[in-house]
Each structure stands twice: as structure tokens, then as C-alpha cells.
Design a binder for this molecule. Sequence first.
Ligand SMILES: Cc1cc2nc3c(=O)[nH]c(=O)nc-3n(C[C@H](O)[C@H](O)[C@H](O)COP(=O)(O)O)c2cc1C
Length: 394
Amino acid sequence: MAVREICKNVYSVGVIDWDRQIFDELLPLPEGTTYNAYLVVGSEKTVLIDSVDPEFEEEFITNLARSNVSKIDYVIVNHAEQDHSGSLPVFLELFPGSKIITSEKCKDLLASFHNIPDSRMIVVGDGETLSLGDKTLEFLITPWVHWPDTMITYLKEDGIMFTCDLFGAHYATGSLFVDDRISHYILAKRYFAEILMPFRHKVAEYLDRLSGYEFGIIAPSHGPVYNDKEYILDAYRDWSSDNVKNRVIIPYISMHGSTRKMVMYLTESLISKGVSVRPYDLGKVDTGLLAMDLIDAATIIIATPTVLFGPHPKVANLAFLSSILKPKAKLLGIIGSYGWGGKTVKDLEDMVHKLNVEILEPVYIKGAPAEKDFEALDRLSDEILNKHREYKII
Ligand SMILES: Cc1cc2nc3c(=O)[nH]c(=O)nc-3n(C[C@H](O)[C@H](O)[C@H](O)COP(=O)(O)O)c2cc1C
């Protein structure tokens, strides 16, 4: 990526990964990603903020060389995850006079990930500042967005928040600033669902904290920079709140069609009652889309046949993923079909026990659905409707 100026003496020096298709060996990246890094050139000191994925260290070092900066005094590491810290070893070798500035927890992680010696690291505490001469940086220690080590760096004079993963989007775009909100919003929401939803209470707390600062620009470590912060702050306020919508999602698997018939019947029944619903065939779905819907859904209905005495493994995987993403849903139901026996319902309930949800009466039937089973599904959709009314979301 070319070196680009955000404002006077502040440059974007990261890289674009146009072709990355998956993150953490789990999350699809339909639009690739960027690994952002920033250079802040003060009248006395120059700092680099974060680095890039090690796969791109050559391009990154080339960017630093092209930026015409002869000396970098410090590299600020907002988060130790390797997609931001992986190029540090080569950087420290090429800039032997430079030191890392980071949080206590991040120092510990950097030492173990990259064998960086203590002598190259300076720990900063919450609210500490660093003068670059004509520019001042303040460090906000903000654990758990998305690891225990995370911090935000605030550049006071230019009103820029360098937020690392907070406000990120996996979006490989050549635009420095967000210029296509429609594409960006979806990718930022997908990112929130996958990376930040488990920590949404922390996110809400830090949104409040940020409201005490004057800034016009947010420079995250993935995706474009924001020069209109209200757009993303509004979205984050909604996503990190307890608010749910009149939305039911039905992740399902069906090997021979019985569970699918139940899912389709329940879907129609909910639609006819004015409840927004989306079935997701787990054999085909992009997990990121489903995760995005978990931000809004008031109700999750898990649908599976019994396979070797328990839920289908793809459904078990989804139930486990849901329990670690900690969605806001208030209701959870289990439906599906079995042949001779097992403990599917109990297994699934155990898998989601960490979720703070009310479990609805399951509709778990033998073989293909008959009239009485469709009636049970109608009762289930009535119950969902009534609960959604109680929550005042319909
Ligand atoms: C590989 C396989 C394993 C199964 N294991 C069980 C089982 O352990 N217990 C059971 O009750 N039914 C078992 N069944 C039967 C299915 O649960 C049953 O046919 C169900 O109706 C299938 O639902 P579907 O049409 O939605 O796939 C198994 C079926 C298959 C194909």
C-alpha cells in the first residue's frame, strides 16, 4: 500500500491483503483485509503505531523506507496479536535504537510471542502521556477489546484515536477513509460480531470513556480510517447495547429432509405472524453472516436431526460458537427429528448453558413431521410472538 497522509505528519504505512479469505482459520473474509500501521512524526520524536502481519513485513519495511523518515524512536503496540505485532522482530532489527511502548499485559505477550527482551520495551499506564515535541500521545488502557492487553493511543493535537481492533473492518479497500458506507457498514458489523461481541459490555464502557475526548478521526488497525466518527459510534452504541430486534434465526442441518420441513414450516408460521426470521443451512452458510445476525436476534432456534445419539456435529459446532460469541438473544429453542433415541436436546442445552437465555419447550419429534408436529410448531411460533411482544420489539 502506498504511504498516505492522514493529516500533517501523520501517515498510514500499513498494507492491504486483497486475497486473504479466512481469519483465525474460522472466519470468512469476503473482502480481504488490511493491516494498518501509522507513523506520527513529531518535531522531536517519531513513533510508529502498530505493525503488520508477518507475511507482509517486506512491503511494510518498504513503506517505512518510502516515508522518508530517518529515525523512529518508538513503536507503540496497542495489541500483541500477531497480525499487528508479527513484523516487530524485523522492525526492531532494522531500527536498533527504537523501543516498544505498550501496556503491562502486552509486554508479557510480546515477550512470549516474539522473544523481545525487556530492555526494548517501556510499559505505560492508563492516562500516561508521551510528548513528541509538537504532538502529544495519551495511552488509554482498555483491556478486552479484544485481548487482555489492548490499549488505545490518542493523538491530542490532531484529534486522532488509534483504536487497533476497536472499530475495525476486514475490508481490503484502496480508500484511506470510509467512502462507501454501505459496503463498509456490513463489514464493520460482521467484524464486531466475530471479534468484539463477546466483549460488548467492555465496548460500551469504552464508548462512554471516549465521549470525554475531543477527536475527529478514528484510525483502526483493519479497514479504512473514519473521518466521520458519529457514523461508527452510532452503530457501535447499538451493537454493544442490550437491544434486540424482532428477529428469529434458525441455524439448521437436515440429512434427509425431516428437520428441514420443520424449519420451513416454522419459518412460514413466524412470517405469517409478522416476526422477522432467517433460516441458515449450516451446510452452506457463511458463518460471518450468521454471526452478524446474532447481534440483533431476540430468538435463536437450533434445528438438528439426531446423529449417533446427539446433535449433528455442524450444529454442535454452531451451538458452541454461539456460546462463546455471547449473543444478546433472550430466547432459545431446539427443534428437530430423531429415529430411535439419543440425548440431542440435553446435549444442546448443555452446550449453550453459558448463554443468558430462556429455553423454550423443544419440538423434538420421531421421523417426518405429521399434523400434530406442525401444530406444535405453530404453538412455538405463538410463544415467540408473545415473548417478542413482551419485550416490546413488535
Ligand atoms: C448417520 C446417521 C446417524 C443416525 N443416528 C441416530 C441416532 O443415534 N439416534 C436416532 O434417534 N436417530 C439417528 N439417526 C436417524 C435420524 O436422526 C432420523 O432419520 C431423522 O429423522 C433424520 O432427520 P433429517 O431428515 O432431518 O436428516 C441417524 C441417521 C443417520 C443418517
